[in-house]
Design a protein around this ligand. Sequence first.
Ligand code: DGT
Ligand code: MG
Ligand code: MG
Ligand code: MG
Ligand code: MG
Length: 281
Amino acid sequence: MANSKFEYVRLFEQPDQLLPNTWVVVRIDGRGFTKFATKYAFEKPNDKRALELMNAAARAVMTELPDITIAYGVSDEYSFVFHKSCTLFERRASKLVSTIVSTFTGYYVHLWSAHFPDSPLSPPLPSFDGRAVCYPSIQNLRDYMSWRQVDCHINNLYNTTFWALIQLGGMGHTEAEQLLKGTYAADKNEILFSRFSINYNNEPEMYKKGSVVFRDYELVEPGTHDVAKEVEDMVEPVQQSKTQHENDKKRRAKARILVEHLDIIKDDFWDRRPWLLSGKP
Ligand code: DGT
Ligand code: MG
Ligand code: MG
Ligand code: MG
Ligand code: MG
């Protein structure tokens, strides 16, 4: 390959490699979804079709990118976690973010008609922004995930109460807003129960907890999970052979990808699925 006199322009490219050995979270968020939700008459405060479409697109992203360990979604956002050992695209932030954003958006559009059969998409089409953040410890990563799930809970409790006051209580937006100003969680639970006989605990799990997407290894066909080999690797860590690496990749690609609505703040979720945060992806 001959060098041309134009070749020097490469020098203008800035490196954007993410810190090695850290958990990389790529969070995407729908652009202007307040308007988008109105255009397609999303149900308030939660539209089951819209949330399931987000989940289906996230699941497709995880299928295409086996380096993703876990993902968490709420409202118009999704966080994708790359294992700290991930070396995809040499960990270049722009490559990781743009690949996630475009793959997600592609599937969102592709799967739209299956979730909204009666409302064909028309321009302006949905789009998503994205950013990458590195978390150096499992505690930091878990705190990040907890932060998103707490946000989901706070917003959902507020929105559920706000829209109950309007849709069931006949209040105006300003009136409902005023009533909720300065209230605590217990007050909102009380308003829901005493005025509308709604027990917040009985609201759908997807609305209360958001959605977690992860690989389920328990159900991988027997024989592919070599426990003896794994113990051996722990005792005497060796450079993973190329075949071993390929096998792990295949194993990940084969595993079932589940979408569930579970508590990811408490230890239980992580304790039951040690492979999610283990040294090996
Ligand atoms: P942005 O992200 O700065 O471009 O602006 P937005 O408008 O996307 O705002 P954001 O991301 O802070 O908030 C998400 C918006 O999406 C929020 O206005 C509510 C709307 N949204 C998300 N899921 C649902 C849903 O299931 N039903 C309804 N009605 N709206 C939803
Ligand atoms: Mg935003
Ligand atoms: Mg948004
Ligand atoms: Mg958002
Ligand atoms: Mg290319």
